[in-house]
Write a protein that binds this ligand. Structure first.
Ligand code: MEV
Length: 326
């Protein structure tokens, strides 16, 4: 085998981001934007890493004794985790590309971790899937941001739509989005570190004491109702729950002016629901709209967002796309 191309989907957290970090439930769905990783055999004595998406290149020795620097350290951590599981570290070149904006709440880093783990283990002839794929890729995410709940990696590996609680097996949600309704993502174009927002929100929650705990408990109730709305295809209820969930995220300090503007415009222009998605302080908002309203809505939102896109949700998880012969 000369090489392998694997891909994994990005994700939208539909409900419960941040609250999930403290053990409450969240709902995530996979999206039609993917990260794609090509891994090729080389004759050198290095692991060569190249991410055109991030504009970075590095190489690390096969004994993994040196870090790659910055974002590429994720790959070193994954290789260390694989070595612990008995995989050998052979010279290879890694090229990573993502259809998602990075650091925008769509799970680009988790999707690349998962796609890389699948591509490399396939190259070695023992592809990891499901729980095993998840476990190893998660080591990479730990480097990307300090206290990941694991939701991003889970959806990238498994795909579909899931109800997620930290430390528990994810439960599939049979989401039914009736014809005529679509999700859009609007990217504020503002980059932020997930780790910083997560730390800030945890501090706010702690400062609020019992009031903070009650907000978390309410968010959990919203998730419960949202599962029912998704499974019964009740888009009006689903949309209102999204606005409600956004309000709770504002309360704990995860939003900002750019995101609130998008959510307010969506509401004024008749969208059924909108909220920030992912960590907040920038990145993306998700909007639920009637298909017939999309053009007007998009025109309006494009004045305030760097990118507005209609996306498909509930797509398949990590997959090997291509085996390259020598
Ligand atoms: C980031 O996509 C979602 C957060 O809930 C953090 C996490 O779950 O690890 C903010």
């Amino acid at each position: 085998m000369g090489g392998v191309v694997a891909s994994a989907p990005g994700k939208l957290i539909l409900f419960g981001e941040h609250f999930v970090v403290k053990g409450y439930r969240a709902i995530a769905t996979s999206i039609s934007l993917r990260a794609r990783v090509r891994v090729e055999d080389t004759s050198g004595s290095w692991v060569e890493l190249h991410s055109p998406t991030l504009g970075v290149k590095s190489r690390i020795p096969l004994d993994l004794s040196r870090s790659a620097g910055g974002e590429l350290d994720v790959y070193v951590e994954i290789l260390r985790a694989l070595r612990k599981e008995g995989f050998s570290i052979v010279p290879h070149r890694v090229v990573v590309e993502s259809e998602m904006p990075v650091a925008a709440g769509l799970g680009s880093s988790a999707a690349t971790s998962v796609a890389y783990t699948l591509a490399y283990t396939t190259l070695l002839g023992s592809p990891l899937y499901g729980e095993n794929l998840l476990r190893v890729s998660f080591e990479g995410e730990r480097v990307a941001h300090g206290r990941p709940s694991g939701i991003d990696t889970t959806i990238a590996a498994l795909g579909g739509t899931i109800l997620y609680r930290r430390g528990e097996k994810p439960a599939p949600v049979s989401a039914r989005i009736p014809e005529g309704y679509v999700f859009l993502v609007a990217d504020t174009g503002l980059k932020r570190s997930t780790r910083d927002v997560v730390d800030y929100v945890l501090r706010v929650a702690e400062m609020m004491g019992e009031a903070g705990e009650q907000v978390y408990a309410v968010a959990d109730k919203v998730v419960e109702k949202a599962v029912k709305a998704l499974e019964s295809g009740d888009m009006e209820l689903l949309g209102n729950l999204m606005y409600f969930n956004h309000g709770l995220l504002v309360a704990v300090g995860a939003s900002n002016l750019a995101l609130d503007t998008i959510v307010d415009i969506a509401r004024m222009r008749g969208a059924l629901g909108a909220k920030l998605t992912g960590a907040g302080w920038g990145g993306c908002a998700v909007i639920l709209a009637r298909r017939g309203d999309v053009e007007v809505l998009r025109g309006e939102l494009e004045r305030h967002a760097r990118m507005v896109k209609v996306i498909n949700v509930n797509v398949p998880g990590a997959t090997v796309e291509n085996i390259l012969s020598k």
